[in-house]
Design a protein around this ligand. Structure first.
Ligand SMILES: *Cc1c(COP(=O)(O)O)cnc(C)c1O
Length: 217
């Protein structure tokens, strides 16, 4: 039951930790049930799915983009989303900044960290994050407010721990930079099988799909 799952997870999360429901492939009706159970943030991987769910659910919740955002989808994305968690290039940040300026919006962003330093994976490797964020801090219609990381996929959540530790370390280092328009507040790490480990390593935002909605079809 979606409702019981949401209640159980919300009760389990420590104070100050935000739950993002990873809603990819779920119907607007399923998402609506989670919202009725008290969910405050919906994470979507695709702009088109987000548009469909947004039409049903609207602004009673916050919408986070948690999938890779293509630059040709930015214009639509900035109208729906309250936060984009997956920014990993200055080109994408510039596109978001430009689209937001046109509609008079300031978009909070997380920088996606490729903590496993895997080639072909989305995200910036930790060493590039400070330079990238410095560049982004000059853009007036975006705000860098934290980091997001997936970490390499494995069956065992313990295998993800070193990558959570690494991302947390980068997070703390970036906090010291004190750049204009940058505020390192959110650390989004951990999914259904790994969120408990992520919380132990300092996550304050977790993205959970399966444990809320059941196995994806
Ligand atoms: C699907 C997804 C999740 C949640 O995955 P589950 O294992 O279903 O909890 C979290 N983050 C991102 C970016 C996702 O795409």
């Amino acid at each position: 039951m979606i409702k019981d799952n949401v209640h159980r997870i919300l009760a389990e999360l420590p104070e100050g930790v935000q739950l993002v429901a990873a809603a990819k492939t779920r119907t607007p009706e399923e998402i609506f049930r989670a919202v009725e159970a008290g969910l405050k943030i919906i994470g979507e991987n695709y702009v088109q799915e987000a548009e469909q769910a947004f039409q049903v659910i609207g602004n009673r919740v916050q919408w986070h983009m948690i999938g890779h955002l293509q630059r040709n989808k930015v214009k639509k994305a900035v109208r729906i989303f309250d936060m984009i968690e997956t920014v990993d290039s200055i080109r994408l940040a510039l596109e978001i900044d430009t689209s937001c300026r046109k509609i008079g919006k300031i978009m909070p962003l997380l920088i996606e960290i490729n903590s496993g330093e895997e080639t072909q994976k989305a995200g910036v490797v930790p060493g590039y994050a400070p330079g990238l964020i410095k560049e982004m801090s000059t853009l007036e219609n975006i705000r860098v407010v934290g980091l997001m990381s997936m970490g390499p996929f494995t069956g065992d959540p313990e295998d993800a721990r070193p990558y959570f530790v690494k991302t947390k370390k980068v997070f703390e280092e970036l906090k010291q930079m004190e750049l204009p328009r940058v505020e390192m507040k959110h650390l989004s790490m951990g999914m259904s099988n790994s969120y408990r480990v992520a919380l132990e390593e300092g996550a304050n935002m977790v993205r959970i799909g399966t444990n809320i909605f059941g196995q994806r079809r």
